[in-house]
Design a protein around this ligand. Structure first.
Ligand SMILES: Cc1cc2nc3c(=O)[nH]c(=O)nc-3n(C[C@H](O)[C@H](O)[C@H](O)COP(=O)(O)O)c2cc1C
Length: 228
């Protein structure tokens, strides 16, 4: 079985949000699709370990914000690489509310759904949501998963249903390399963020970037980059 072919499936990049106990919760998801038109219904695959999963179960509602190519990548880092269990993610993500659920205001559209059914797998619950409200927020081009990987050079963490082990191998092997603090570390390899796997490909040599440089995806400092 050549699992590389799975990379040829197409997705968008979304924020899925739900009402938490004390605050808004939400995470990034790509495994979302419309499954019927009447009633208009979405399927969302949500990892059991995601805090957002429990919020959807308890509230029976969720919202999907459709991210665009112009959406600040910091929103993906805020929502996709940390848990609402530990931080109030929407402190740093501007949002509007629809049906009491946070919607990313930098998104190009949103859908609010009421859970009508669900299916369990070992790792993920597939929630079926009947769309009760939706609208466009701007005319920007929706971000595809391919754009996220190929243009933004983003990675997907293990909780993403489409995660492939090579993603983590890349990050792990980068982590095991020597630290970048050495002044003679001018190898030809690429500099990779050990947190989210972002590969630096800017015009300025990585070593010459200021110490204030942060990963555009997960906002970790320069010290988290390793050469591979
Ligand atoms: C590009 C991308 C796609 C993702 N897709 C999914 C997905 O479809 N389903 C899922 O359960 N998690 C997905 N994740 C992982 C969650 O966003 C991540 O585990 C998040 O930290 C969970 O936050 P929470 O605990 O606050 O819910 C994805 C992450 C990224 C960066």
């Amino acid at each position: 079985m050549n699992k590389k072919v799975l990379r040829n499936l197409s997705y968008g990049v979304y924020a899925v949000s739900a009402l938490g106990e004390n605050r808004m919760s939400g995470c990034i998801a790509n495994s979302i699709m419309q499954i019927t038109s009447s009633p208009a219904t979405l399927a969302v695959s949500m990892n059991h370990d995601n805090y957002t999963h429990g919020c959807i179960e308890k509230s029976g509602m969720f919202a999907v914000s459709i991210l665009s190519e112009k959406t600040d990548p910091n929103i993906i880092s805020q929502l996709g690489f940390q848990s609402s269990r530990d931080v109030d993610k929407f402190m740093n993500v501007p949002f509007i509310t629809k049906h009491n659920i946070a919607v990313v205001d930098d998104a190009c559209g949103y859908l609010v759904c009421k859970v009508i059914d669900k299916m369990e797998t070992n790792t993920h619950t597939v929630f079926l949501g009947k769309i009760i409200d939706c609208d466009m927020l701007n005319q920007e081009t929706p971000m595809t998963y391919a754009y996220y990987h190929n243009i933004i050079k983003g990675k997907s963490p293990k909780n993403a249903p489409t995660y492939q082990p090579e993603d983590l191998d890349t990050v792990d092997s980068a982590s095991s390399d020597s630290s970048i603090t050495s002044s003679n570390s001018s190898g030809n390899g690429k500099w990779v963020c050990s947190i989210c796997g972002y590969v630096y490909d800017g015009d300025i040599p990585f070593e010459e970037l200021p110490d204030t440089f942060v990963c555009p995806i997960c906002k970790q400092g320069k010290d988290k980059f390793k050469q591979r």
